[in-house]
Design a protein around this ligand. Structure first.
Ligand code: HEC
Ligand code: HEC
Length: 342
């Protein structure tokens, strides 16, 4: 009897200790998150041989102009160019504000292998598009400007430069910092199957983005009027017809490229943080593109998070802007047999 009581007491003690242990662990979990309180600077890797020096060494004026259009867009075909006839872009972003590392970063929307992918079918226009058409898509949306004629010197030079860039970066195959053809576009991520949480997005913005993009999202300029840190919204940002206004596109771009310095190999934001901060960013004011109704003549081709209607599904515009996307994706699968991942 004595023995049995002793045993029972021992068992009860073990249960009590296990219980206390779980409570302590939960407590540590709640209050000791590894999330940094404040932005911690990231060492930015040296990503390239000096492309500027290499392109100037060719002594080919067309390649040089193409490089300048990509890197100094605002000064060559943007609001900062003195000759008003040359002004094509409507904001002071550069192509490389989004096409990172001078268009060579893996999953940073690289452009070094892009010519291999064109001409290609485009859902937005529902036809086969050329590389010039695609560039004009970014000029009229991401850059909030006008299209360039396919025969304009700046367009021809830019396309010639992209061809040179491909040779330059594939010649250097040992350099793992240049995007391979398979590392094109933006790396897809697992999106949370819930509506984006805008107040959490604002917190993430405060902790991880304001240091560079500033509290009002307007970035900071360098002396010559170009941006050091580009604006994320407002009059000088991309318009509401741009790819970056799609929550799933922006979230993946941010997750694998921001804060500046991270790559797809070492992201620091969680899927939840990237999703919420992207939604917060895209709910702010930005220029409006005319004639968005003409986009996607075949509405079933519209990406899930296209922020403007009309849609081929019954879900409201808010759900296309903020999620959850699971039910919308299920609808396209059931009704049209289309698998949508973004
Ligand atoms: C605000 C950000 C932004 C800016 C600025 C921008 N783009 Fe883009 N660009 C994008 C996004 C987003 C995509 C689509 C990526 C995706 O969905 O995979 C894209 C796609 C492209 C593509 C097709 C890439 C591919 O792999 O198929 C080309 C070419 C391109 N942009 C050229 C340009 C040029 C040239 C400029 C400057 C005149 C420019 N872009 C400025 C965001 C931008
Ligand atoms: C250390 C500075 C820094 C931090 C922190 C940072 N960014 Fe950026 N961001 C940049 C720079 C620089 C560029 C432009 C790239 C270039 O010019 O090479 C950029 C470009 C962008 C772009 C595309 C261009 C545009 O203006 O739309 C987006 C979107 C963006 N950042 C979002 C974010 C978000 C969201 C955060 C926080 C999660 C963040 N960034 C944190 C420096 C930073």
């Amino acid at each position: 009897m004595q023995d049995q009581i002793k045993k029972l007491a021992q068992i009860l003690l073990v249960i009590l200790l296990a219980y206390v242990g779980v409570v302590v662990l939960v407590f540590i979990g709640l209050f000791n998150t590894t999330k940094p309180e404040k932005y911690v600077p990231i060492a930015v890797p040296e990503y390239q041989t000096d492309l500027e020096a290499a392109v100037y060494a060719t002594q080919d004026p067309s390649l040089q102009l193409g490089y300048e259009v990509l890197v100094n867009t605002s000064k060559v075909i943007g609001p900062l160019v003195a000759n008003a006839a040359k002004r094509t872009t409507g904001n002071n972003l550069e192509c490389i504000s989004c096409h990172l590392n001078e268009g060579t970063k893996a999953f940073g929307i690289p452009l070094n292998t892009v010519l291999e992918r064109f001409p290609q079918f485009r859902g937005r226009e529902n036809k086969i598009g050329t590389i010039e058409d695609r560039i004009n898509g970014c000029l009229t949306r991401s850059m909030n400007g006008k299209p360039l004629d396919a025969n304009a010197q700046e367009m021809k030079s830019l396309v010639a430069f992209l061809g040179w860039l491909n040779k330059e970066t594939t010649r250097d195959v040992g350099n793992s910092l240049y995007a391979k053809a398979t590392e094109k576009g933006i790396k897809p991520m697992e999106w949370p199957n819930r509506p984006a949480d805008l107040s959490h997005g604002a917190e993430v913005f405060e902790q991880q983005c304001v240091l560079c993009h500033q509290k009002n999202g307007q970035g900071t300029k360098e002396t010559e009027g170009q941006y050091l840190y580009p604006p994320l919204w407002g009059r000088d940002s991309y318009n509401n017809g741009a790819g970056m206004t799609r929550l799933l596109t922006a979230a993946s771009f941010i997750k694998y490229n921001m804060p500046y310095g991270v790559s797809h190999q070492n992201p620091i934001l969680t899927d939840e943080e990237a999703y919420d901060v992207a939604a917060y960013m895209n709910q702010q004011q930005r220029p409006e593109k005319a004639a968005l109704l003409a986009d996607f003549p075949d509405r079933t081709k519209k990406p899930l998070s296209t922020p403007y209607g009309p849609y081929a599904d019954p879900y409201p515009v808010e759900q296309h802007q903020l999620g959850p996307y699971g039910p919308i994706a299920d609808y396209y699968k059931k009704e049209f047999g289309i698998i949508k991942t973004k």
